[in-house]
Design a protein around this ligand. Sequence first.
Ligand code: CO
Length: 284
Amino acid sequence: MNVRKVQDIIEPQFVTEGAGVRLRRSIATRRLDYLDPFLLFDHFGSDDPDDYLAGFPMHPHRGIETVTYMMAGLVDHKDSLGNSGTVGAGDVQWMTSGSGILHEEMPRPKDGKMYGFQLWVNLPAKLKMTRPRYQDVPSAGIPEIVREDGVRIRVIAGDVDGVRGAVTEIYADPEYLDVSVPAGRSFGQPVPEGHTAFAYVFEGEGVFGADAGGGGTTVPATRLAVFGGGDVVNLRAQNRSVRFLLFSGRPLGEPVARYGPFVMNTKEEIAQALADLRNGTFVK
Ligand code: CO
């Protein structure tokens, strides 16, 4: 067993996106541009609805997957394929844009609150123009493991203790876990060697990466920790409980040409996406 050490700690940056949504971004910044295969990670939400009500009006995506996980409040969405719905607290929407969709995502509060996360996962060259697909999983459809020591794990994607996550058949073979660890308790999870892995701590704090030789790195909310090589991620909560998201996925190792909501392999493919949008041939 080779424990993964924290290699980098990222402090999210405040950015404004969509029609004026203030959010905390940890991947897709000058500090951390790309964590192959993960293209972007945003933590959105605020106690002030003026920070988000303008939402994300109709916009395109091509060549990527966007994963929305809500903690509080709601996001209403509709798209160019005729899909519409609402992602509520605890729900996940895993959207494979493939060749292209146009959609809008409009957050609104429930009981005065709205917050959640959006992750972008890259698609390999051979799937960039695949047919768009949604996996909408209501909160009740996400397996939740409660261990004897009180550690709780919601398995959005991946496998934990023999329990398979709600979202499957994703190329990057990703793992997406929502983990709550009480004070004084520990958590460990095998992560395949060679897969990129990171955690986003959003409540409390914990120590990642301690092994027989000690060490370990304290990561408080709200910070993103990037892990180095190894085959297991571990965490110990000391005086405080901690809640974090754990992600891993197989890197693509392909060239990235990125332009806003389009992520392709070459500049020519980006130019094609823009031309398709102009010509009204974007949605296949
Ligand atoms: Co979008």
